[in-house]
Design a protein around this ligand. Sequence first.
Ligand SMILES: Cc1cc2nc3c(=O)[nH]c(=O)nc-3n(C[C@H](O)[C@H](O)[C@H](O)COP(=O)(O)OP(=O)(O)OC[C@H]3O[C@@H](n4cnc5c(N)ncnc54)[C@H](O)[C@@H]3O)c2cc1C
Length: 402
Amino acid sequence: MIDFTPPRETLALAAKVRRFVAEEIVPYERDPRLTQHGPTDDLRREMVARARAAGLLTLQAPARFGGMEFSHLDQAVIFEAAGWSTLGPVAMNCAAPDEGNMFILGKIASEEQQERWLRPVIEGRERSVFAMTEPDGAGSDPAQLKTEAVFDGTHYTINGLKWLITGVNGAKTWIIMAKLLPHDFGNDGPTLFLCDGDTPGIEIERVMNSMDRNYVEGHGVVRFRDLKLPASALVGEAGAAFRYAQMRLAPARMTHCMRWLGAATRAHVIALDHARRRTAFGKPLIEHQGVSFMLADNEMALQAARLAIWHTCWLMDRGVKGRHESSMAKASVSEALFAVADRCVQILGGIGVTDETVVEMIWRDMRPFRLYDGPTEVHKYAIGRTLNHKGTGMTALFEDAA
Ligand SMILES: Cc1cc2nc3c(=O)[nH]c(=O)nc-3n(C[C@H](O)[C@H](O)[C@H](O)COP(=O)(O)OP(=O)(O)OC[C@H]3O[C@@H](n4cnc5c(N)ncnc54)[C@H](O)[C@@H]3O)c2cc1C
């Protein structure tokens, strides 16, 4: 039986989160420290202090770090509530890239590494980056990884160029993906390394001007020039970076879906309110079929997105890896939610493209969601391959029943 009714305590906590975000975080959407390169670290720290005071900071952290260690389904309900403002997840320390980085470091980093690089991020004192994407190498296809690491038995030396790396300015905890060249001391291949952001050899060339403003300190171009790290910088095993990235894959896709569902719902609420009040041709906009159909499309899309998220979470909570389902959810939810935001802009008329409402910002902030954590086409490519090799869907359910 499929049953993903969220527990009552989870719904109560979500209501508390929703109140906190609406009352304490939404006002920051007009703060000048929300720049073209996202919230400044100063703004982030101020919002984090509010979440800490409200008892709502890093709720998803492992219990051993004082967190609630949510089930995937609990997380879906709480993160949707946090996403009501694009700044909500930043305040509650459950935004990308920190949320995914905390997840992966909690699974594979050594105890010593966790104390040094994970704990300060969980406590909201520091931020983290995940440096994989490259202008002429890794992107949709991580196998194109070009950044190289050479090991001499005591130190790694890393050289390469990365871009679109979120939050580089001022981040302490850096996870770097590089191709470890063959050496005499063990495995080689794609490998994760961990170091401080101010290590000599990390050169931040610039922060890119992007259409979104919700990620702290924007997205940077970074050169690693003879970045020298000790043997202890290795995270997990050498050559296992893609396997570790897979562990993070399904949960990270889903948390993006959860947060954006909250933002799209807010845009829909604003558009609905407008359509009830604004009149044209002798009646409220909502009484024109063209407008009511757009609102109905939104309502159906939000409902379908929530069900796809909750269903995938329910599977993952039962131990199913959910790679296929999370791919379907990520592709369909990202496309559907952006279409919701776009219809909201349309319903608002001219003010939809101005900052008179937050809908314009949600639209811009949400657009990149169709690209990161796998562009839609790459997910469809993966879904197509599964269809070719295994046949059609509902696989997990039928496997369970068998
Ligand atoms: C806002 C934002 C934040 C980001 N933050 C980070 C970060 O912190 N760290 C990091 O490492 N990276 C980050 N990225 C990079 C992100 O992971 C990549 O943009 C993504 O993996 C796609 O890679 P690419 O940009 O190189 O596009 P490409 O790989 O060049 O792909 C371009 C397009 O080609 C098409 N395509 C590719 N493969 C296929 C296929 N198999 N079938 C059909 N079509 C295909 C798709 O339409 C795709 O959009 C971020 C990106 C954005 C937009």
